[in-house]
Ligand binder design. Structure first.
Ligand code: PMP
Length: 432
């Protein structure tokens, strides 16, 4: 490494003594890219600055929330006033109503909305509600999709094509995941036979419509159509996990792009504008199960927190008032994809640049990528080398292969050019 990371290194040493692995979320340890993490001092627009004063183009963007970039004026507007009025009440505030109305307006499936504090809480709660609503135990998820770290969802597939889950992590009781079925993403035949055999025992199917946790892998229209059709036929609650895609792919998210309404939908990230937030929502008869209307318990001391609501509302209002931003994000991703694809082809490089709408990803393998099996053989060592070289050139990428790049509206042409130049020269250094 050429950049000086002295202060980051010192902080990491201190951090390790008091925080497990020195970080509050595992991917931040940079373990799979073989270096120690950088510690951040501040962010501004498309840039992030570490404590040693190095500036990087930020392509993590807090893993999705920062669709407007760091410290966008629209977000800061009014935040002090909110602060002065108190930071949490524990009884309702008008901001929660506005937020729920905005989500309900954008997502037809979101007839009732409940705020929580993270994406994990959103999916965990949605599943509880779906189980309560159907009176069924089994849930269906798909291999390679991530829905947060609640026990029932922290599951990998066993062997075979369609399998019962086995815990991904010690500490998750096998009993907790025995009712979690793990299906293969984009496999319509598997869906048909699974629903025929067990459809009437399944409470819900949860899916990332565009998977953003195995690189970027979109569901095919045929897969989503089959999932919607079969869920309806068997009385299975279809849950879209739009924690990443919500308000990112379009204002109406993946639901809008695929023109499919789920029965429930989960949010996080963008709807908090960078503050801790999540939400789950659904058709009114399903959401009528939620306490205090119904018997399914779910609660939260800080749920609907005024600061988080303010940041979320400001973000959504800005996006709503500027629909052209989605087109611009799409154009940015499309430009990156066409430039990179041409470069990769000309130089016969063993990598694939993909994108779905504004979600791009560079796989260190040759596609196509339709499911977890297709992506799992990517050359993660090569990705680690690429990551380190890019960091040295002032570009902060997700420190793991199986993540997409997160663009914001602040990534302007010059930022994109810098990324492209750095990326191309790095790939040439690695393969030529
Ligand atoms: N669902 C998806 C699709 C996610 O990408 C994530 C986190 N990246 C989650 C759920 C969990 O959200 P959180 O980290 O806020 O708990």
């Amino acid at each position: 490494m050429h950049l000086n990371h002295e202060k980051s290194e010192a902080l990491f040493e201190r951090a390790k003594a008091v925080i497990p692995g020195g970080v509050n979320s595992p991917v931040r340890a940079f373990k799979s890219v073989g270096i120690n993490p950088i510690f951040i001092e501040r962010g501004e627009g498309p840039y992030i600055y570490d404590v040693d004063g190095n500036r990087y183009i930020d392509l993590i963007c807090s893993w999705g929330p920062l669709i407007l970039g760091h410290s966008h004026p629209a977000l800061l507007d009014g935040i002090e006033k909110i602060f002065q009025k108190g930071t949490s009440y524990g009884v309702p505030s008008h901001l929660e109503v506005t937020m729920a109305e905005m989500i309900a307006e954008a997502y037809p499936a979101a007839e009732r909305v409940r705020m929580v504090n993270s994406g994990t809480e959103a999916t965990m709660s949605a599943i509880r509600v779906a189980r309560g609503y159907t009176g069924r135990q089994k849930i269906l998820k798909f291999e390679g999709c991530y829905h947060g770290h609640s026990d029932a969802l922290l599951v990998k597939s066993g062997s075979g094509t369609l399998t019962y889950g086995v815990p991904t992590s010690p500490g998750v009781p096998a009993d907790t995941v025995k009712d979690t079925l793990v299906g293969i993403y984009n496999d319509v035949e598997m869906l048909e036979s699974l629903f025929a055999a067990q459809g009437s025992e399944i409470a819900c199917a949860i899916v990332e419509v565009v998977a953003g946790n195995m690189g970027v892998v979109p569901a095919t229209e045929a897969f989503m159509a089959a999932l919607r059709r079969l869920s309806t036929a068997y009385g299975v609650v279809l849950i879209f996990d739009e924690v990443i895609t919500g308000f990112r792919l379009a204002y109406g998210g993946a639901s809008e792009i695929y023109r499919i309404d789920p029965d429930m939908v989960c949010f996080g990230k963008i709807i908090g504008g960078g503050l801790p937030v999540g939400a789950y929502a659904g058709k009114s008869d399903i959401m009528a199960m939620v306490s205090p209307v119904g018997p399914v318990y779910q609660a939260g001391t800080l749920s609907g927190n005024p600061l988080a609501m303010h940041m979320g509302i400001q973000t959504l209002q800005y996006l709503k008032a500027h629909p052209e931003l989605y087109l611009q994000l799409e154009e940015k991703a499309s430009y990156l994809a066409s430039e990179m694809a041409a470069f990769i082809e000309t130089n016969e490089l063993p990598v694939t640049f993909t994108r779905f709408h504004s979600m791009p990803c560079l796989f260190f393998a040759k596609g196509p990528f339709k499911c977890y099996d297709d992506v799992k053989n990517c050359d993660t060592e090569a990705y680690a080398t690429y990551f380190r070289k890019m960091l040295d050139k002032g570009v902060l990428l997700p420190p793991a292969q199986f993540e997409g790049l997160f663009l914001s509206i602040s990534h302007d042409d010059s930022v994109l050019e810098t990324y492209l130049n750095a990326s191309k020269s790095t790939l040439l250094e690695m393969y030529k």
